[in-house]
Design a protein around this ligand. Structure first.
Ligand code: SAH
Ligand code: SF4
Length: 348
């Protein structure tokens, strides 16, 4: 096993069987985390990129079994931010020092292509990089957002197990999800994807395939989050994902895709109070603090126990910065594109 870890650290390849053997036992977890930390340091350095996250609508036409924003959840007070509010939160985030803004929301058709492109171009005029995470759209819509200035797009494959995906996301198709990833790539976005860890019925074989899929599509960013059961969903009685398994899938992803951006996800911190720091020490190099203000934070209830819902954006920025400095890392002042595309000549 130690030889396998050394091979992955050196050559960034592992077969499906090798991944499964590492996923199956917990005995080598610390060695995997340490190797991933070293690979992170070698390829993407000690800087941590902060992305300011705006959760702009909790209205969703989809019905994902795990998610509190699903349309059948009648226990949630719904909201959508106006264009002015979104741009205002983005402008404040840029003032706090964020170099990337992430706009995330449910699939809410209120935000037409016209409304979204207007928001995108206003945020881009603030000088930050912009990531969108609005779910499945067609090629023309993705193209319009790109032309308006969006740089990156996050859309998790959630699981590469097609049967499980289609059971968990009723009415959605795995082919369509992959079509989105391929359109985004063809349009020149930096493409982010990722999975949930610990869905009922998910297996280590499936995680191995997930990691190989990330490599196959050459993802620029991968977010791995443990599944957290939500009482307002059909999965309310299910077991939560295992924190260490999520951390290990993330660390193995770093070993195989050495130069990508990997966030220490909010869901990790919601399961373990030191979760984001442990993730930053096991391969992650990005954190996405919430810059949404007021009661909206509580209402963006994907899962229970979401951290920092009572805090302000200023507090979050200070809190995460001191945690990062405490472990000997620094906060980047760059936009944090994958690879060396941050040269001021091209991006500033
Ligand atoms: N609607 C968009 C973006 C918002 S959902 C989309 O689905 O792509 C963002 C992510 O939240 C999803 O990709 C999913 O992986 C995660 N999520 C949803 N419910 C969750 C839960 N119960 N536990 C952990 N993560 C969850
Ligand atoms: Fe909607 Fe995304 Fe939640 Fe699915 S995961 S219900 S698409 S917000």
């Amino acid at each position: 096993m130690l030889k396998l870890i050394a091979k992955a650290k050196e050559h960034h390849v592992l077969s499906k069987e090798e991944l499964i053997s590492l996923l199956k036992t917990d005995e080598y977890n610390n060695a995997i985390f340490k190797a991933a930390d070293e690979v992170r340091k070698k390829y993407v350095g000690n800087e941590v990129h902060l992305r300011g996250l705006i959760e702009f609508t909790n209205i969703c036409k989809r019905n994902c079994m795990y998610c509190g924003l699903r349309r059948d959840n009648k226990n949630l007070k719904r909201y959508r931010l106006s264009e002015e509010e979104i741009v205002d939160f983005a402008a404040k985030a840029v003032n706090y020092g964020y170099r990337t803004i992430v706009l995330q929301g449910g699939e809410d058709d209120y935000y037409t292509t016209q409304k979204m492109t207007s928001i995108v171009s206003k945020i881009k005029s603030l000088g930050a990089a912009l990531t969108l995470s609005l779910g499945e759209k067609n090629f023309e819509e993705y193209k319009a957002f790109k032309e308006a200035g969006a740089d990156r797009y996050l859309i998790r494959i959630e699981t590469t197990d097609k049967g499980l995906y289609e059971k968990m996301d009723p009415g959605m198709s795995h082919e369509e999800r992959k079509r989105c990833l391929s359109d985004l790539r063809n349009l020149g976005y930096e493409v982010g994807s990722g999975i949930l860890v610990g869905l009922p019925g998910q297996t280590v074989e499936s995680y191995a395939e997930d990691i190989l899929f990330f490599k196959e599509i050459d993802a620029d960013m991968i977010g791995i989050g443990p599944f957290i059961p939500n009482d307002d969903t059909p999965l309310k009685g299910a077991k939560a994902g295992d924190f260490n398994m999520a951390l290990k899938v993330m660390a193995l992803t770093r070993l195989l895709l050495p130069d990508i951006n990997i966030p220490a996800t909010t869901a990790m911190e919601s399961l373990n109070k030191n979760g984001r720091i442990l993730a930053l020490q096991s391969g992650a190099n990005v954190v996405m603090p919430n810059v949404t203000e007021g009661e909206y934070r509580k209402l963006y209830a994907l899962y229970p126990g979401k951290i920092c819902t009572g805090d302000t954006p200023v507090h979050c920025r200070g809190c995460i910065t001191s945690k990062i400095l405490n472990i000997g890392r620094t906060v980047s002042s760059q936009k944090g594109f994958r690879g060396n595309r941050d040269f001021p000549k091209f991006n500033d």
